[in-house]
Design a protein around this ligand. Sequence first.
Ligand SMILES: [Cu+2]
Length: 496
Amino acid sequence: MTALLAILCIALIAIIAIQIGKVTELASKIRGEEDMQEIINKRNANYSMVFMVVFLVACIISAGYYKNYMLGYGPHVAASIHGKTLDGLFNTTLFFTGIVFFITQIMLFYYAFKYKGARGRKPLYLPHNNRLEMIWTAIPAVVMTFLVVGGLDAWNEVMADVTPDEEFMEIEGTGYQFAWHLRYPGPDGKLGTRNYKLISGSNPLGQDWTDKKNLDDIHPSEVVLPVNKKVRVRITARDVLHNFYLPHFRVKMDAVPGMPTYFIFTPDKTTEEYRQELSKYPEYQVPDPNDPEKMLWETFNYELACAELCGSGHYSMRRLVRIVSEAEYNAWLSQQQSYFMSSIRGTDEDPYKNEVLDEEVKQRKMEFSDAVQKAMGATEAEGKVLRLNYVYFETGAAKLTDMSRYELDNLVETLNKYPNMTIEIGGHTDNTGDAASNQALSAERANAVKGYLVGKGVAAGRLQTQGYGQSKPAESNDTEAGREKNRRIEFKILTQ
Ligand SMILES: [Cu+2]
């Protein structure tokens, strides 16, 4: 129906135009061709002036109406240090081109008005003028130079690589169809090496586990960064071209398969600060359609998007970005577990299956000394008993495995630290086999531990041993997990 009406309107307008043409033709025949032409010229000249005014006023009104969408004005301010320079650059360009726009539009319409066709007026032929050529080449060249140099300056700020003495943190984003796989360097501050040949279901980034820098790398599900800290983002792709785009920070870079790219930026507004700024604008003081309980400014989040149309699931490459204070960042970081420890450690892919890693040694040492502290403070007898979690024996025998030394060395350290401490070393087994041989085995194992400690210089008089066999199960013997818990060495603090 609308289409039909539109066609009818166009047809009617066409008929009107033809009729006016016919009337004008007729009138000119009556009044003389030249007279009529002059009237038409005058009319057109006046129309063009009216058009100019309406057009320029509309330009000013629309700029005012959409001012909050402009970069660096209203709510859309940059949240990074260099972003403000970049926005300034856009606005400087807009300022100069705006002036040129108004001057040229006014001149264009004014000259059409002033030099409208009139009887007896002859055109001036100007084939060439060196002075004019010079002027309209030199002025734009000078202005452009300033704009381009300013742009290069801002570009260098983002693209100049960090120098080794600079303080910065590095994170990595790998695009694939259709998500971003993020990687943080972990406590060592360094990202480990990768090799595309190592990519598998369990190793999505192809990290080389023989490179120890990889062991503490984290794969978080969101981008969390501390405010006012320089960040270098290493960008890679696993399949096709993607683009790592952080609109609020004014950074954007292609993710190219086989060629890592990067950019550098310093966020200078936390998510919370940005929300507070947004709350000042009426367009953000409305309920969020996805969460009507909250205002739009309250649910605002920075985001990471893919700015390359990379396939049908392209839209799902959005990730949230949180900018937080240094303290909040450290708290978040300490909650993250390394991908290696959570997904690779102990599997067939783990090249360190038969070793205890430095990080684990440190961790266990801390756990051990915490447990000892707690036991020493305990008042009831039960609290004085501690389990040696990482002491292992060869199956069915009383021979300690090599891996047991870390835990036993922790015990040696404790006994050296507290010279008055005496302990009882207790051996326990599960209920497989007969009770008598279990009893004997547990006593032998407790003695083996004592032997190790004495070998490390602990006075034998401080160490009693006891075989408990299967008499004191810690858990039910019905399951394998329970039986494993029951096969154990414990020590009881007798005096301290
Ligand atoms: Cu993509």
